[in-house]
Design a protein. Sequence first.
Length: 242
Amino acid sequence: MISAAKEVAKPARVVVVEDESDIGALLEYLLDREGFDVVVARTGQDALREIAQRLPDLVLLDLMLPDVDGLDILREIKRRDTAERTRVLILSAKKAEDDRILGLEHGADDYVVKPFSPRELLLRVRSLLQREGAGPRVEAARLVSGPIELDLDTHVARVAGRAIRLTLTEFRLLASLVRNEGRVRSREALLTEVWGYDSEALSRTVDTHVRRLRSKLGPGADWLGTVRGVGYRLRDPKFAED
């Protein structure tokens, strides 16, 4: 009798794009210790070659590289990643608010400023890589609110019957708002639920992703309302009161 071989889950593939050798070595050590399949690219061209060979699960991306602008690498990832499966965490010394917003607006899932806490960085990496749908399913596979429809199994979002492209983080953010239709969700609550951590200093991360989400919702954008000084709420615009 021949028994079927047990399938072993492959470790997540992480590409670190970092030209500073000491930081690259530290990141490689930290991620390898966590069990990830780690590749370190010292230049932008090396990073583009790695991405062209096989899209990774996660890219830790420095913006200031000697040969290629980090945002150009981010654009190339988004161009190739038609299934929106690759997460991108920008790790940069650029700490101005405008730099953070620019990175997030180009499709990054998170932004960490150097110098960074290794413990916090690993928390964010694990949060971005956590498997969707792990454990028993306790909710319907489809969420609907007005013209917005989310298929939780396939990660397909539709507005008025038309599919729209969302990053994983945008999909999770919208799913959280749909699940809580009519209720105000604070930025802190969304950070905890969607990103897996809580920090008042990072509340602009939520704002930037909500703005990107609105731009993609088309006729459903009016359903996503801002509650000043608190957070966001999904509700029928016919009953808007703010």
